[in-house]
Design a protein around this ligand. Sequence first.
Ligand code: UP5
Ligand code: MG
Length: 189
Amino acid sequence: LSEKKITVVFVLGGPGSGKGTQCEHIVQHFGYTHLSAGDLLRAEIKSGSENGAMIQNMIKDGKIVPSEVTIKLLQRAMQESSNDKFLIDGFPRNEENRSAFESVTGIEPEFVLFFDCPEEEMERRLLSRNQGREDDNIDTIRKRFKVYMESSLPVIEYYNSKGKVRKIDAGKPVEEVFEAVKAVFSKDA
Ligand code: UP5
Ligand code: MG
């Protein structure tokens, strides 16, 4: 990674706020590569790696996987890509994720796209997703919301204090949310 000048945008927001959905649109319009930390962790479970069982248990419980595991997966994905612009979706999720990523990679985000969505709406979306995710049951969803409020919102607050947060009202239909997203990327990226 050292030779390339890498651009990173962190895409944050609660479970079901629409991070993955909007990232797919951003990729098509703005030439970024989408790296979902959750997708990378789920692929790691499937690959049968030695960390697989540990990751699976943490995801089922809505807990945050140790940052060295997630950071390694993100670094590998960035190294394997020929692109130099990345949307990192769903990471960093706590203060330790944030500081470890910065010190290990030396990368600071251009900005943070923050999808702000009412919890009732996020819950509705997750319960009707039907993609077989092991964490889309009401018990795990409640745990994910709690971890988000306690550990992830402070990361957004941190970046907000540095003027890096671009907040989007994510409770609207997909197309309307993307209009607001487009305005941010047309201006900042
Ligand atoms: N949908 C999307 N936008 C909509 C809209 N505007 N109107 C109506 N419906 C909309 O969307 C969710 C659902 O809503 C979909 O059915 C979609 O069609 C619909 P999606 O785009 O998938 O939302 P997203 O924010 O990506 O939701 P996701 O469930 O992926 O968010 P999480 O943050 O909970 O999940 P993630 O995969 O990032 O993490 C899962 C777990 O992995 C974590 O809980 C944690 O245990 C672990 N993890 C770590 O430990 N470390 C990490 O760094 C990352 C993850
Ligand atoms: Mg997602």
